[in-house]
Design a protein around this ligand. Sequence first.
Ligand SMILES: *Cc1c(COP(=O)(O)O)cnc(C)c1O
Length: 358
Amino acid sequence: MSRLAVARVDLAALADNHARLRALAAPARLMAVIKADGYGHGLERVARALRGADAFGVAAIADGQRLRAAGHDERIVVLSGPDAPGDLAELRRLDLEAVIHHDAQLEWLEAETGSTPLRVWLKIDSGMHRLGFAPERAAEVHARLLRLPQVHREIVLMTHFAASDEFVNPATARQIETFAAATRDLPGPRSLSNSAALLGWPAARGDWVRSGGLLYGLSVVDGKTGADHGMRPALRLSTRLIAINRVPRGGAVGYAGTWTCPEDMPVGIAAIGYGDGYPRSAPSGTPVLLRGSEVPLAGRVSMDLLALDLRQLPDARVGEEVVLWGPELPAERVAAAAGTISYQLTCGLTRRVLFVEG
Ligand SMILES: *Cc1c(COP(=O)(O)O)cnc(C)c1O
């Protein structure tokens, strides 16, 4: 069976966004964050489009393995570091860099006998309370790391923001201050900013910016689209109409009949559903594009299918393309309707979707 749900990933858009972000971040360097399979766009595919990146950021050693297997020799940072003592040897074997954020990891390092130096990014919790050492421990942990011959002399000092997408939120200003105070007397490059902070918090530029969302042309600020930030959406999700039915006035459409036809009308059925990663929470009225016009969803999204109110396009034909999101229909519109963010939409596409490049 041919697959009708297609995600087209625009490699040129990825490369353009990357170049733009690098220019914005300069003189800081840019870590291209490609965790979660490149925010759902495909790890190897994205890395290929961004070849020559200053560094790649991944969530797991397995991602680093895949990148090395694909022939990448860029710097690769594992954003949560080793998960077990045995990971240290694997990090070295693959020449991966490790974020060290927890005492357990520090102790594994201290218990190791010397081998080739491991590059370490020391993560300080400046207020998000997710990963990182408490600020008052920064100097102690830094000194303990530097004492180890198997740790590279240049330790990058990093932190992560909880709310940098709100450009006036004092919490971010406090995080910047906390981090600066904790690391004041420590040498080494600094890395604070994610995509949103790159846009809104120039004081946090540091030496390394870590950008994910904007690379893919996704919005990193509520109420905006990727294009509003000057970025090109890199993923276009489409499918086809596989049926068009005349449903009489009063006919209820889909599971639980949550939408009722207000008149005799055409209802289109498109071959995509939550089994492909289209959000089940998208309500009636969520737009899709048909011949460039917005057409509303009617009734619940099911596993393989969704229904469309075709009253505006009564001459639509079976086989026509339906665009779920892409450059012409921002993923942010769909995400807002579904009560989520565009990141979750791209990350949530399933193996059933056919990925193509272009
Ligand atoms: C995911 C992540 C980033 C990138 O965040 P964006 O908002 O997508 O730019 C940066 N730093 C860390 C530690 C991350 O986990």
